[in-house]
Write a protein that binds this ligand. Structure first.
Ligand code: FRU
Length: 507
């Protein structure tokens, strides 16, 4: 391997120690009002992308981009949690700190595979600012490798794919898999002409990589970078997904600062990718980005997304932490779409389920269901044929101030709406998801945590993830029906509390 690229500036264990001390300091004053109970988050500090999702030596591993020194983005390290069952998680020691010259300004995102020698092998991006200070002159990024025999302690191997052209300003986020005897890697590139592309490399030995082809180029010239690409098989198809920078909003779509989505098509090793569907967003909420998938040992394709707080104000930053994952989701094919459903094991966290049975609400009626829900797993079915109200749904995180987040079916739009306009804290605004009304029923599952809401529409045909920061006091849940010709018919409704995901709660 290229010698200068392994030049060490610092000792990893000393750097990790220093970073852990900073996390502990931030944790001492962490405010828990919105800190998640049933979503992965760092004990303190900022997190972004899920990294290195894998199953190794009997445990699931989820690493993540972490700033241990504050609740803003910066100083990228890799944090780490692990689990035996994908439900209960354990905090692990921080996995990687920047120590090499080539990663002076951060160990950026990447993926993990169990290598030919049985070690957990991580491919990630070593990042430096070209001007040494910030991204005004772009980045100098190279794909790096590290190995571990326990998933906890990593030995860095340095650069495996250097950046081939100094006019390339983004070159990052390797995702690796193996077919037959060959290893494949894809990562995102912003070309010298600033087009967003995904490049594919191959390797026989995991260390020496050869350029194979540009496997995907974004058709929109405004899209200048495809972050965190992923490529995986589902049945007889292949999915390419990416997090697009530069995509403009159109109608209900792509309304977030950056947006993550996918296309489905076919691919044979050694060939081109043939796209067969339109681009679809992974998630229709305000906060979803940089998802990564991996295959569980039972064959399921699972995805974790980062609930990206791109838009200011970001009130959790005042609380000593920032950012959480979505709940783990299983991904399956549903025609030209992906179905994303919280993994079935997630229901193991349900406690004290209350069944409200069928409910008929008069027009402009409301009913308080729960007085104070820190967390909730809500299942409800609306009879669309027998309901005439214009909007039917739930006010979540409803406090005495009137603050709430509305999750409802809107008959004018024919869509599910997640609306935060009554929130004191955080970014407001609404997002919507399309609804297939052919069955005459709408199924909603709503996962409520202390600072977030995830809405699963019709068994995962659509899904929405948004932060929702409740105001002070108890957090009620209220059923509402608004306007229209007549009543709302809810054919079933149940609400459970959700237990904590942490093996050892922080406090
Ligand atoms: C996506 C991203 C990646 C990069 C990482 C840095 O959110 O920008 O492209 O590797 O975050 O933290």
């Amino acid at each position: 391997m290229n010698q200068p690229t392994t030049k060490e500036n610092a000792d990893m264990s000393a750097q990790l120690d220093k970073a852990q001390k900073s996390i502990d300091r931030l944790f001492a004053t962490r405010n828990d009002r919105w800190y998640p109970q049933c979503h992965i988050a760092s004990k303190a500090g900022w997190i972004n992308d899920p990294n290195g999702l894998s199953y190794y030596k009997g445990r699931y591993h989820a690493y993540f981009q972490l700033n241990p020194y504050g609740s803003e983005w910066g100083n990228m390290h890799w944090g780490h949690v692990s689990s035996a069952d994908l439900v209960t998680w354990r905090r692990e020691p921080l996995a990687m700190a920047p120590t090499l010259e080539v990663e002076k300004d951060g160990v950026f995102s990447g993926s993990a595979v169990v290598g030919d020698d049985g070690r957990l092998t991580i491919y990630y991006t070593g990042h430096r600012w070209r001007n040494g200070v910030n991204d005004d002159d772009g980045n100098l990024q190279e794909q790096c490798m590290a190995v571990s025999s326990d998933g906890i302690h990593f030995e860095k191997k340095g650069v495996v794919i250097p950046c081939p052209d100094d006019k390339i300003l983004h070159f990052r986020d390797p995702k690796v898999w193996k077919i037959g005897g060959l290893w494949y890697m894809v990562f995102g590139v912003s070309t010298p002409a600033q087009r967003g592309e995904i490049w594919m490399y191959t390797s026989n030995d995991m260390e020496h990589w050869t350029f194979d082809r540009v496997i995907y180029r974004h058709p929109d010239p405004e899209v200048f970078m495809l972050e965190c690409p992923d490529m995986f098989p589902l049945e007889d198809k292949w999915v390419i997904c990416y997090s697009a920078m530069g995509l403009k909003p159109h109608g209900f779509e792509a309304r977030n600062h950056n947006n993550a989505g996918y296309v489905i098509g076919s691919w044979q090793p050694g060939g081109d990718f043939h796209q067969e569907t339109e681009f679809h967003l992974w998630d229709d909420g305000h906060n979803f980005y940089a998802p990564q998938t991996f295959q569980a040992p039972d064959g399921r394709r699972l995805v974790f997304g980062w609930m990206s707080p791109f838009t200011e104000p970001i009130p959790m930053q005042e609380d000593g932490w920032c950012g959480q994952f979505t709940v783990p989701r299983e991904v399956t094919l549903a025609g030209d779409h992906l179905r994303c459903l919280p993994i079935r094991e997630f229901s193991n966290l349900d406690q004290d389920q209350q069944d409200f049975g069928p409910i008929e609400l008069e027009v402009n009626g409301s009913r308080d269901l729960v007085d104070d829900a820190q967390t909730a797993d809500i299942n409800m079915e609306i009879d669309l044929n027998k309901s005439q109200a214009e909007r039917i749904g739930l006010e979540i995180h409803r406090t005495q101030s009137g603050d709430h987040t509305l999750v409802c079916y809107d008959d004018q739009l024919g869509r599910v709406v997640l609306d935060r306009h009554c929130n004191t804290y955080g970014d407001r605004g609404y997002r919507t998801a399309p609804v297939d009304k052919s069955s005459g029923k709408l199924k909603l599952r709503i996962i409520v945590d202390r600072g977030s809401v995830e809405v699963v529409v019709n068994d995962g045909l659509e899904i929405m993830s948004s932060y929702s920061f409740p105001a002070e006091g108890p957090r009620g849940i209220r059923l509402i029906a608004e306007s229209g010709e007549g009543k709302a018919l809810i054919s079933s409704l149940s609400i459970a509390k959700l237990g904590t995901i942490w093996e050892e709660p922080d406090r």
